[in-house]
Design a protein around this ligand. Sequence first.
Ligand SMILES: Cc1ncc(C[n+]2csc(CCOP(=O)(O)OP(=O)(O)O)c2C)c(N)n1
Ligand SMILES: [Mg+2]
Length: 625
Amino acid sequence: MGHLPAQREDSRRLPRRQGSGVQWQARGRGGKQLGHGNVAGVGQALLEAQATRSADLPYYLARNEQGMVHASVGYARTLNRLQAMACTASIGPGSTNMLTGAALATINRIPVLLLASDIFATRVGSPVLQELEDPGGYDVSVNDAFRPLSRFFDRVWRPEQLPAALLGAMRVLADPAETGAVTLALPQDVQAEAHDWPEELFAKRVWHIPRPVPEPAALTRAVEVLRVARKPLIVSGGGVIYAEGTEALRRFAEATGIPVSDTQAGKGALPWDHPLAVGGVGSTGSAAANALAREADVVLGVGTRYSDFTTASRTAFQNPDVRFVNLNITAFDAAKHSGTMLVADARTGLEALTDALTGYHVDEAYTARQRQLVDDWNRVVDEAFHLGHQPLPAQSEVLGALNEVLGPRDVVVQAAGSMPGDLQMLWRATDPKQYHVEYGYSCMGYEIAGALGIKMAAPDREVFSLVGDGSYLMMAQEIVTAVSEGIKLIVVIVQNHGFASIGELSEKLGSQRFGTYYRYRNSDTGLLDGDKLPIDLAANAESLGADVIRVKTIDEFREALRQAKASRRTTAVHIETDPLAPVPSSQSWWDVPVSEVAQLDSTQQARKNYEASKANQRSFLYPAP
Ligand SMILES: Cc1ncc(C[n+]2csc(CCOP(=O)(O)OP(=O)(O)O)c2C)c(N)n1
Ligand SMILES: [Mg+2]
């Protein structure tokens, strides 16, 4: 993998009202995984660039191609999508290993350039090693699987096609509305071909990141809805942070008194203790935000794509007259929930709304209610953080200790399992970059690889990769990359011998935690519910080159975190937790279907509960006023 470090011009120095942009310039840095599909093409070019210093093209060798893409996503997200990495992989499995990463990048709207190697364009030796051989068409290769996962895909069958492909790739990477995975498939013979490139191809090129201002008529329509709102609520998504709109959000909220809830990608836009911050909204949100969401008459969604977790599968907003105003860089998201569309950059849009809503403020009773809800919720979080659960600590205590030890510039990274939900509910973020939970794809295995990219983007921050035993076993190998590159990570391994998350869900849905333990197969029951396995993930991390600290209690854990922070080396801290320890309720729901027909009583009861919750699901089909 390697990055395309953008040369960035701080747009704040430019006149804002003109929708001034940020410059994006590819100089090239990247990650790689070499195989026969790219060793002589892209690989040789990288070597020549190093040897002759003809290009500023640093490279990193990842251990797994999927991890390489995750690291690139962590990198670009940390830099608010103003820089991206390029990833080169060999043909066949090397490239298809990047598919999961491509889906993750596109769903999270994070730019990453994938240079997938491909089968010979000339086809003289077909079928070559790792060729798919589609009987329906010889131009199909495994890389066609990238098409639906990429926001731009091109296969460069002939060298002449490369300039247009490169410019198309850069256009999409640098466009905040379109961005995501961009894939250029490079046949292995074409990679090695000579071609007379036009001189202009190598000219310095600056890509301006657009910051569109709202169309005046759309602004008027949005203001009409907002002005009459009695119980409005902001849902602040990742777009606010990517647009560097956190200050604009604070000013807007303070001018109007509208409380601010956040999504997984948006957490930290307002510090948790800001008087108008009400915490996460939706399935794993705070009870405070969810109480306000239930009553809200106007929801102002900013930079959010309204995932099912944010909307509690469309049950979060229960006011029969609720209306949505959606400020988003993409019309696709702005149109959701029949919302009044305000297509614009989050920052410029919030600034325009602040001006246009002059004189508007929510009433005191609403503010008082919001404060009371937040005070009540803060007590719930304090309790969860200091539960004193025995004999093993609760996960909420681990998160609490981590929250207290992390400095404002430090970063916590997570992606899948029970921790994203607990984090969204409990974490008290003090900085827009402190909370890095990948919950667009919620991909097990992102935690360590993503953390690597975050640390590369922000070497001055301590990066804490918080990883469950399931995720660790899925993909821990980028620890080796961190060690070899001297990129310091702190890996917190939370061992609970299985899937606490899916286990709890399974129990709720009447499936009795079936198949969610990492245990020996039990010869009596035939199930995987025997004794705990003698695996030692700390020893595993040690074998990959990390220093390791094993702890049992929360006090020891806190001390270990401090020690890990003080160290210059990649350090893993290992703690075992009780997967059955209690977690506060979000007073919310998530739609996961339960069998309509079942023999088990537990499933039949769960189906009844499911139908009752399902009845609260809203369509939001009424047209915007
Ligand atoms: C790659 C991938 N496979 C499967 C899933 C579905 N899934 C979500 S959470 C989870 C279990 C995670 O286990 P662990 O990391 O130990 O976290 P815990 O639930 O114990 O907190 C699974 C299998 C996923 N999100 N990603
Ligand atoms: Mg687990």
